[in-house]
Design a protein around this ligand. Structure first.
Ligand SMILES: Cc1cc2nc3c(=O)[nH]c(=O)nc-3n(C[C@H](O)[C@H](O)[C@H](O)COP(=O)(O)OP(=O)(O)OC[C@H]3O[C@@H](n4cnc5c(N)ncnc54)[C@H](O)[C@@H]3O)c2cc1C
Ligand code: FES
Ligand code: FES
Length: 1360
């Protein structure tokens, strides 16, 4: 470096108040790697590594010497280079509290409010909230939601997190009740619901008790007065040394690692000199672009320059003509500056600023905005940058600067970007600042963005539009229209801009602009990103909105000259408004006489919640390293169907730190290489050929993760493609590529269909879904060195299956392999079988080297390897009466199973068993096809085919209702099952509560009057429509594979009275361990806190079934009761001898009397049997769970955007073991269902490559996607005699209620189509993405866009 000595500096920063000094830091490391691997602070989690999930959120604090002020901001530790925190203070979740030293109020409240299920997201959410509180003592709900824009949770459905943190806000008392059991607000609601439901009276014929008293219900899931008050004076102080030693934060530093050097200049001249010396250097501020490129695009940038101390790049200057932002000014500072401008300038001057502010609302998450700079956004030149279209349309001026030539200014116009991510800035130049102009009175400016998810998502198309009018006229003087997402760079619609000059702002101009824009912005049918027609339609939709908004503003300025907007038009251009979320949860209290120590039926928080909130909960990758441990990197297939010609690992082996490479050659024989969960049709390592992209070909064992992954990428595999390559269900149908097929045939559907007057046929596709558990696959294999013993710590839902397959691959008896599962950061079915494809090769490597080997997949690897929920295609035919009563149904279901059978046949069975949903029909023929394709094997996912089957039933009902012009609810009611009916597979329905759930939710949601007001709204609105739907669910409980319906438990009582409980189920966040402790506490009649569950392990309870099918509480609960009863019986004599004694007294007495204090328990579900498809005999399900939901949505017909306004759910969970956990499961499952049916879209290339590989491209619901009002009631007075303590299973059944969002969107689209004179019976595939919604509302815009002829081009992605 120029004027510095060139020697490496020592990195100095503070973590949780303690100083860290490192003279040997590797600048390639992120802050997250440093915290986890070097400082062993494992509370901060890795969920994605790309800034998209927030699991890694930490707080950075910086001292502003000029203002004598400390600023706190949340950032993603997975993107922040550790070198960038030199001189700063870092606070992690461990630093704010712990269960030992006392939890911080934020940690306590999220835990007690049931806001932590699997807990993997929890530390990140805690840190976002903590940072907010450090900045704002009493925040608003809007601020809370803003701070959470960068955090995802896959379990909770967000409601409990928001409600728990609402207690920090002023509006805590305004909505959703005050938190007290006797809250007057809730009382009204509860009595209103009950009164009405009592009026309906349930269905006495069903056999369930409908008698319950009003006082028996409550909404008190926790008492907020239990929370300790938040005391900001107790917060950890900012390290005084960082205040005193100005140099630390501001001085020049440089760090050199083996591959990368990092420089932090302290002046502009130093920066320019460095850039002149290293023209290819990357200037990093937030590192939010560069970090992602390095991690996921294998880029190496040897020189990084961080200009955070160069004042010229970090200042904001207000000038007469506008505001100048230094290029390193963060987006958060820009937001704050612009907001201040809005409050002090005249409205007309700040129109560009308003548009930028509105755009920043939807720009990334809070953590990214805190770190990322305006310069990074401009210089990256992404074609979907959100700021570039605005800056271009605004005519922003950029100041560039180099050492040799000094400063120059360029206007950001069409000539700035020269190609994909290229611009006119020269290699030795830097971007110094950006001037954003004020607007004048006759100048109007708007920005637009449409993304898959409104929050924290990159744009599909975005735009900045500016028009300047001639003085006091409506004649265009100048117009600038810039678009993102329509070309490899941000582009301006030049010829349209030219044509519109001199034209009056009137409908004719709109007409001409739309035609011209289409010519200006062509898009190849093969363009990356797909959605061609939609993207083209959006450009015009945006212009229409712009046209209307400008007309609205002009009409205020020139009242007589320009027509004001109608109410309908006003609504069309209205911006999205924040509404504070509302919710109620209602459940039955425990009976008055229930013992105080009996926890069953009480809302106990998750037993690990507090540890999860403090970061103390240990997940696999948090386990300390073994001394000689290695890390595994995987070599994955890049072809969908190909012969492996050769594998060359030589380059990988030559890398320093690489120990060994494993592939199929290393397996002693072909049989040991075979694995699979039902049949062994998979391979540990692909042998001879690959059958999907993402298949494991080899494994590199190396000293650490970075080396292993780098080496794995160096392994060269040569392929020769094999035909056919079957990617989609339609490919499979064409090739007749099926594993097998099954038929259920009841009555004579064929004949009835032939003779029916009313007959409808339909086809529909339902896409797959990525599990997106926050903790990716993580496994640690530890060979014991003796007799083939091996211990595997694994994030699996299926320890026994894992044990079996590991033993098989190692060639040892199963008794040498112990699989241990402490907890998982979510599973949802994705860790039921697919984990073995990673853990088995890992164990092979560990055993061969006799060394521990660890792996935690990166998010993109996990998504590519592990398969998804099955995409399904369905063809149906239905006959019905004029009243809509079903007389016959024929259905063909095709599931895309992928490259191995896995569980697909069982998934198809459940889809077939669920295709009736809650509707009776005597003539049914349903055939399910298990399609074999060249995708990664698709697998179990919460609902397991059930949601797919039910979805097709509801699609059929909707189309019948539209055809008959009837309310779909009436059609549903006409066909609904009652107790005593038999399903199409001849199972008798006992205690069927569907009608009670249905009636109760109808009243709770005030369905009829809301439907009427929605109809009125729709009459008055053309561009926005509302929709409402009422969707029921029936879900059969049991594994359909009979042998799996068994469970075991082990109870060990120690002489101090403490109890160690083990059972066969695993804890993945669903609260199973908590429920099992409650069950054991009741059975042993002791307080729950005497019972502990340490882990699930194959050496405690053998031969277990996977934790799946919602049946784990039922099965394991009964096994636990069985074991506890044995203990209790053995203690009876000692209780009788000393009735006033304590549990401890009896235990001790029994011990001294030489009585065994350990017992095993076992349970097999009675009364069920395998289903015989030929004879239609057998009882596949023990019982059914029921529920119903009403959802209301609003859609924007111009953009396809939607908002979920309200959802009400009534769910039958029998007598809840734990209402907080059950409500948590309902809300979490509903939210996953909402994602499945709306925004979660997997895209595959025609070659079978998954294109959506992380949170950036694949969108699960975020905090702002849940219903604005979310009310959940547990059906009261509905005990279930077929499961433990009268409870019912809950994990999967509510997921399908998320389809109520889909069907209300459908309802809204129907209204739009009817306005346009189109048929109300139409096909709408799932998910109802913004693209599908927009394109299902045809109008004059879509009419102008002609899709390319299928087959005439290669699409970017295909529907699989
Ligand atoms: C999860 C996530 C969500 C995102 N969401 C959005 C979104 O909604 N909308 C959107 O538009 N973008 C989004 N982005 C992209 C990114 O955050 C923005 O582009 C951001 O503004 C980049 O700023 P940075 O400081 O982090 O850039 P860095 O990664 O630090 O740098 C980016 C590039 O700019 C160059 N550079 C930076 N400063 C200068 C300078 N002064 N002179 C010359 N070159 C310079 C660097 O050399 C580098 O090539 C997202 C990114 C992530 C990870
Ligand atoms: S791990 Fe950092 S945002 Fe996901
Ligand atoms: S609790 Fe949030 S991801 Fe599991």
């Amino acid at each position: 470096m120029p004027d510095a000595k060139g020697a490496s500096s020592a990195l100095v920063f503070f973590v949780n108040g303690r100083k860290v000094e490192d003279g040997n830091v590797d600048p390639e490391w992120t802050l997250l790697t440093y915290l986890r691997n070097k400082l062993r602070l494992s509370g901060t989690k890795l969920g994605c590594g790309e800034g998209g999930c927030g699991a890694c959120t930490v707080m950075l604090s910086r001292y502003n010497h000029a203002l004598d002020k400390v600023t706190h901001y949340s950032v993603n530790a997975c993107l922040a280079p550790v070198a960038s925190v030199h001189g700063l203070a870092v606070t992690t979740v461990e630093g704010i509290g712990s269960t030992k030293s006392g939890l911080h109020a934020v940690q306590e409240r999220i835990a007690k409010a049931h806001g932590s299920q699997c807990g993997f997201c929890t530390p990140g959410i805690v840190m976002s909230m903590y940072t907010l509180l450090r900045n704002t003592r009493v925040p608003s709900m809007e601020q809370i939601e803003e701070y959470f824009t960068g955090n995802l949770c896959r379990c909770t459905g967000y409601r409990p997190i928001l409600e728990g943190f609402r207690t920090f806000t002023l509006d805590a008392k305004v909505q959703g009740g005050c938190g007290r059991a006797d809250c007057c607000k809730l009382k009204d609601k509860i009595s209103g619901t009950n009164g009405a439901v009592n009026g309906i009276g349930g269905d006495p014929g069903n056999g369930e008790s409908s008698a319950y008293e009003e006082s028996s219900v409550t909404h008190l899931l926790y008492d907020k007065y239990d929370f300790k008050p938040y005391d900001p004076t107790q917060e950890i102080i900012f390290p005084p040394e960082l205040k005193v030693d100005r140099e630390l934060q501001t001085s020049y530093v440089e760090f050199h690692g083996p591959r990368v050097s990092f420089y932090r200049p302290s002046s502009l001249s130093q920066l320019l000199q460095l850039k002149s010396l290293h023209p290819t250097a990357k200037i990093i501020v937030g590192n939010t672009e560069v970090g992602v490129e390095v991690k996921f695009k294998n880029q190496v940038y040897p020189v990084l320059i961080n200009p955070s101390n160069v004042s010229e790049l970090n200042t904001v200057v207000e000038e007469d003509s506008g505001v100048v932002f230094g290029a390193s000014v963060t987006l958060t500072t820009i937001e704050e500056t612009l907001r201040a401008q809005l409050s002090k300038q005249e409205e007309y001057r700040t129109r560009i600023f308003s548009a930028i502010l509105e755009m920043l609302r939807w720009f990334a998450g809070k953590q990214i905005r805190n770190a990322a700079a305006i310069g990074g956004n401009i210089m990256t030149g992404s074609p979907i940058s959100d700021l570039n279209p605005l800056l271009m349309a605004a005519g922003a001026t950029l100041t560039l600067c180099s050492k040799e030539r000094g400063e120059r200014q360029v206007v950001m116009d069409q000539s700035f970007f020269t190609g994909y991510r290229r611009n006119i800035v020269l290699p030795d130049e830097i971007l110094l600042s950006v001037h954003i102009p004020y607007t004048t009175e006759g100048e109007y400016f708007f920005g637009y963005k449409q993304a898959r998810r409104r929050d924290d998502d990159i744009a599909i198309v975005n735009a900045g539009m500016k028009v300047i009018f001639d003085h006091e006229s409506a004649v265009v003087k100048k117009i600038d229209l810039a678009f993102g997402g329509m070309a490899p760079t941000t582009v301006m619609a030049l010829s349209t801009m030219k044509k519109l000059v001199g034209r009056k702002w009137e409908p004719l101009l709109l007409e001409e602009a739309t035609t011209s824009l289409l010519e200006d912005l062509p898009l190849s049918p093969s363009a990356p990103g797909g959605m061609i027609e939609y993207r083209r339609a959006l450009t015009i939709s945006f212009f229409l909105k712009f046209f209307l908004s400008v007309r609205g503003q002009l009409s205020k300025r020139l009242p007589g000259l320009v027509e004001p907007l109608t109410d309908m038009e006003e609504r069309a251009v209205k911006l999205h408004e924040h509404t504070s979320p509302k919710s109620t949860q209602i459940f039955q209290k425990v009976p008055a006489g229930q013992s105080q120590i009996d926890p069953v039926g009480r809302p106990l928080p998750h037993t690990s919640a507090q540890k999860q909130a403090s970061g103390e909960a240990v997940y696999v990758d948090d386990m300390p390293r073994f001394e000689n441990e290695l890390y595994a990197g995987l070599v994955l297939s890049t072809r969908a169907h190909a012969k492996i010609i050769s594998i060359d690992e030589s380059s990988a082996l030559s890398l320093d730190g690489v120990e060994r490479f494993f592939c199929a050659r290393d397996m002693p024989n072909l049989d040991r290489n075979k694995i699979g969960c039902i049949i062994h049709d998979e391979e540990v390592f692909a042998y001879e050929k690959v059958t999907c992209v993402g298949q494991i070909i080899g494994l590199v064992a190396a000293k650490d993760q970075a080396t292993a992954q780098r080496a794995a990428k160096l392994v060269k595999v040569q392929y020769e493609d094999i035909k056919p390559c079957i990617i989609t269900v339609h490919d499979a149908i064409a090739e007749k590529s099926y594993y097998n097929s099954f038929t259920i045939n009841k009555g004579d559907a064929e004949t009835v269909l032939k003779g029916s007057a009313n007959l409808l046929e339909g086809e529909i596709h339902l896409g797959g879904q990525e599990h997106f558990y926050l903790e990716t696959n993580a496994h640690l294999a530890v060979p014991k060195g003796e007799d083939g013993e091996l211990e595997l710590f694994s994030s699996t839902q299926n320890p026994t299956e894992t044990q079996k397959l590991v033993a098989k691959a190692l060639g040892v008896p199963e008794n040498r392999v112990v699989v241990r599962v402490k907890r998982m950061g979510g599973g949802f079915g994705g860790k039921e079988t697919r984990t073995c494809s990673i853990s088995v090769p890992l164990c092979v490597a560990a055993a061969a080297m006799n060394r521990p080997v660890r792996i935690m997949l990166d998010r993109d690897e996990d998504m590519v390897i592990t398969g998804t929920r099955h995409p399904f295609f369905c063809r149906w035919k239905v006959a019905f009466s004029d009243d809509g009563v079903l007389s016959a149904v024929e259905m063909d279901l095709y599931a895309n199973g992928g490259n191995s059978l896995d569980l697909t046949a069982s998934v198809v069975h459940r889809a077939m068993f669920s295709m009736d949903n809650v509707y009776k029909c005597d003539n049914v023929r349903v055939t399910g096809y298990v399609c074999k394709t060249n995708l990664p094997s698709n697998t179990a996912f919460r609902g397991f085919g059930g949601p797919q089957g039910m979805f097709f039933a509801e699609d059929m009902i909707e189309r019948i209702a539209s055809f008959l012009n009837k309310d779909s609810c009436k059609v549903r009611e006409r066909n609904m099952y009652v107790t005593g009916d038999k399903t199409h597979y001849n199972q008798l329905l006992e205690r069927c509560t569907i009608r009670r759930c249905w009636d109760e939710v109808t009243v709770q949601a005030d369905y009829s009057s809301r439907k009427a007001s929605i109809d009125s709204f729709n009459k008055l609105n053309k561009y926005r429509k509302k929709g409402i739907s009422l969707i029921p669910v029936k879900f059969g409980i049991s594994f359909t594979a009979l042998f799996l319906n068994q469970a075991g438990a082990l109870v060990l009582v120690y002489t101090d009275g403490s109890v160690l409980l083990s059972h066969g189920g695993t804890e993945m966040g669903q609260g199973l361990h908590t429920k099992m402790i409650q069950v054991a506490a009741r059975a042993l009649q002791i307080p729950a806190d005497k019972i502990y569950i340490a882990e699930t392990a194959t050496d405690k309870v053998p031969n277990t079934s996977p934790t799946a099918a919602s049946a784990s509480s039922d099965l394991n609960g009964m096994a636990v009761v069985n074991a506890c009863d044995k203990i209790r019986q053995r203690l009876e004599p000692y209780i009788a001898q000393n009735p006033k004694g304590s549990w401890e007294d009896w235990v001790k007495a029994a011990y001294f009397d030489r009585v065994s204090l350990s017992a095993t328990g076992f349970y097999r579900t009675p009364g069920i049997s395998n289903f015989d498809f030929e004879k239609l005999e057998g009882r596949p399900f023990n019982y059914f769970s029921y529920g119903a939901a009403v959802t209301e949505v609003e859609i924007d017909c111009l953009t396809g955007d939607h908002s979920v306004l309200r959802t009400d759910i009534v769910m039958d969970v029998g007598e809840s073991l734990n209402p907080a956990i059950d409500i948590g499961q309902i809300e979490g499952a509903f939210t996953q269902g909402l994602g499945l049916f709306t925004i979660e879209e997997l895209c595959y290339s025609p070659e079978g490559v998954l294109l959506t590989r992380g949170p950036g491209a694949y969108k699960i619901p975020g905090f702002q996607d849940i219903p604005k009002e979310f009310n959940v009631s547990l059906l009261r007075g509905a005990p279930n005699p077929r499961a433990v303590f009268s409870s019912k299973a809950i994990g999967e059944p509510p997921l399908f209620l998320g389809a109520s969002v889909f069907f209300s969107i459908r309802d809204a689209i129907k209204a739009a189509r009817m306005d346009a004179g189109l048929s109300p019976t139409f096909r709408l595939d799932s998910p109802a993405t913004a693209e599908r919604i927009r394109m299902a509302c045809p109008d004059f815009i879509t009419e102008k866009i002609k899709p390319a002829e299928p087959g005439s081009f290669k699409p970017w992605s295909v529907t699989v």
